[in-house]
Design a protein around this ligand. Structure first.
Ligand code: E4P
Length: 217
């Protein structure tokens, strides 16, 4: 499963790029606002730091303006993916951009039939929002399973990008459900390394090694 980071914070993203584990980045207008930076400047820096797909979201509501925004965003770098909302206009723009060779990420997906439409529009990625469904008392992971089943039955190539991830368990369950990618907030990414038995085991190994009085280098 590909790991994307859900952030528009260039400093954080550059630091995580050094792990060698980051396959891409997703941004959204709220994350851009939180970063306090100029959108285009940040995007250029993120695209240069991380070679994988970098999703940049349009803010227009009508297909024509979405296309103009998407084409402008795509000019920032070759690894830009244009993120479009799951609306009739968003899917219209999706089809045109994909036909032009621009990859798209259809966002704000909350149902399997919405995901079906995005696949039919030729989206490169579909972003089902797990956490927001869970927040509303629904089962976000069930949506991933439904989309996986539908895409496999009809052999749709659209990649399932599990989004609105809140925990390491979400990452585990999305991987088990067959998501192609998960976009993860920085704190959740860092938590993926953690296990108390790893810490305790390492401490014991180092203590025992010290007692041998030896050194490797
Ligand atoms: C996806 O691309 C979105 O940026 C993101 O995952 C939304 O997550 P949230 O529900 O935590 O805002």
């Amino acid at each position: 499963m590909k790991i994307f980071i859900d952030s528009a914070d260039v400093t954080e993203l550059k630091a995580l790029a050094a792990t060698g584990l980051v396959d891409g980045v997703t941004t959204n207008p709220s994350l851009v606002a939180k970063s306090g930076r100029n959108f285009f400047e940040s995007l250029k820096e993120i695209c240069a730091a991380i070679p994988g797909p970098i999703s940049a979201e349009v803010v227009a509501q009508d297909a024509e303006t979405m296309l103009a925004e998407g084409r402008k965003l795509r000019k920032v770098a070759d690894n830009i993916v244009v993120k479009l909302p799951l609306t009739p206009d968003g899917l219209k723009a999706c089809k045109v951009l994909e036909d032009e060779g621009t990859p798209t990420n259809v966002t704000l997906c909350f149902s399997a039939v919405q995901a079906l439409l995005a696949a039919k529009a030729g989206a490169t990625f579909i972003s089902p929002f797990l956490g927001r469904l869970d927040d509303g008392g629904q089962d976000g992971m069930e949506l991933i399973r439904e989309i996986r089943t539908i895409y496999d039955i009809y052999d749709y190539r659209t990649q399932v990008l599990a989004a609105s991830i809140r925990s390491a368990n979400h990452v585990r369950d999305a991987a088990l459900a067959g998501a192609d990618c998960a976009t993860i907030p920085v704190a959740v990414f860092k938590s993926l390394y953690k296990h108390h038995l790893t810490d305790a085991g390492l401490e014991a190994f180092l203590k025992d090694w010290k007692a041998t009085g030896q050194s490797i280098l």
